[in-house]
Design a protein around this ligand. Sequence first.
Ligand SMILES: C[C@H](O)[C@H](O)[C@H]1CNC2=NC(N)=NC(=O)C2=N1
Length: 192
Amino acid sequence: MALQYLRPSQAIRRCPILCRAGPSPAVPRAINLHLRRLVSTFNASLRPVTRPNIHPNTRNITTMTSPEPALSPSTPVTPIFSPSQPADLPARATSLLQTSSWTLTPSRIAITRVYRFKTFKAAWAFMNQVADECKRQRHHPSWHNLYNEVTIEWTTHRPKGLSIKDVEMAEFCDRVAEEGGAVEGEEGRRCC
Ligand SMILES: C[C@H](O)[C@H](O)[C@H]1CNC2=NC(N)=NC(=O)C2=N1
């Protein structure tokens, strides 16, 4: 339910909960402005987010403002591909989404996956190998590292969409992660 900001002139003069004692003191202008901003920020947070950016680590946390559920391989939704891609891209993307732990993000232009390693050092070594390949391919991920976990998201900014480069980089990550001793699924989850 949205809050309603009342100007001091409209506001009730007596607090119904605490101070049955009498009229509230005048609210200084600065505090008044601050309160007005708080109310509008709170109300804005209640409006639905059109493209929620759900981090894979928080995919089980749903909020009132996230109407779009996270997509999983069992949800048959097609990616939105970049224009002018090789003919076999849809088949390769489908295969990746069905056989690996990559999932399509709600925007449908990106794929994401979490890798877990035995140690932080192994996670960092994996990131170094991926970084070298990024340099070679001139293609870069959005990624996050938390101790032994590496979360990667691939999308193409230009031409916008999911491109063959994203699928190739995801396949590369799978190969290197396996060689680097990545553990499957929830096994190896260390924190939060
Ligand atoms: C100039 C440079 O090659 C481009 O800007 C590259 C860099 N890395 C990139 N990375 C990703 N993920 N998408 C891109 O479109 C992209 N473009």
